[in-house]
Design a protein. Structure first.
Length: 233
């Protein structure tokens, strides 16, 4: 299996395809490197195809009329970008921009449509992926509406720990997560100011709900306790 096919196999939409099919999909993909701040697309643009992050990070966000941003996702290596418009033919519902120098795979929409029509068995994988996105957006809306900054940050950290992509078991018990995010990026993701994120981190630390164990690394001694504190349980 080629490196590109191996990367595609980690994409939820394509994970159930056999090796030969993945190889054919890989033949339609184009890989290129871009710098930080490169715009992949803007909300309202027509969908051109599917992006997959090979390396680096991509910010998916919405911008209000007064210029404020709300981050919906930050996608890292192995993660797809902009699956939804592939199916309904509509425009991109959000914007995407690289946070750091990145390498991206691009699968044109026409090639994806041929794949979808010839492999209807991947419909279940597609549905699961879209439902996961919907659950996340509902969670974002609820978090912004009903929780203060410290609680919103605690819920975000708990979600990162549960996802497993950036978390590891801590030698002293609990879970450690590698954030790979600045305070400003965290602030955008939970709808607040950078200074408020700094205060919230200190507040969670004072309550022994988290520990700062290194640059960008946070230890959560008790994940259930963190979630309970965030939701008022």
């Amino acid at each position: 299996m080629s490196d590109i096919a191996a990367l595609l196999q980690g994409v939820p939409l394509l994970a159930e395809l056999d090796t030969d099919t993945l190889g054919r999909v890989a033949e339609h993909c184009v890989s290129r490197s871009v710098g930080a701040g490169h715009s992949l697309f803007r909300a309202g643009d027509l969908c051109r195809g599917l992006y997959v992050v090979e390396s680096g990070r991509v910010r998916i966000y919405r911008t209000s009329l007064d210029g404020r941003e709300q981050i919906l996702h930050i996608e890292g290596p192995g993660r797809p970008v902009a699956e939804l418009p592939l199916f309904d033919g509509g425009p991109y519902p959000a914007s995407a921009m690289t946070i750091e120098p990145s390498r991206l795979l691009f699968l044109p929409r026409a090639a994806f449509e041929r794949l979808y029509r010839s492999h209807p068995d991947i419909a279940q994988a597609i549905i699961r992926s879209l439902v996961s996105r919907l659950r996340h957006l509902v969670h974002v809306t609820e978090t912004l509406a009903f929780h203060d900054v410290a609680a919103r940050l605690a819920l975000l950290l708990a979600r990162y720990a549960s996802e497993g992509r950036a978390s590891t078991a801590s030698p002293g018990g609990g879970v450690e997560i590698q954030l790979n995010r600045t305070h400003a990026e965290l602030a955008l993701e939970i709808g607040t100011a950078r200074e408020s994120v700094s205060r919230a981190l200190k507040q969670l630390t004072r309550k022994n709900l988290i520990e700062m164990v290194g640059r960008g690394r946070i230890r959560i001694p008790d994940l259930a306790k963190l979630r309970s504190a965030a939701t008022g349980g």
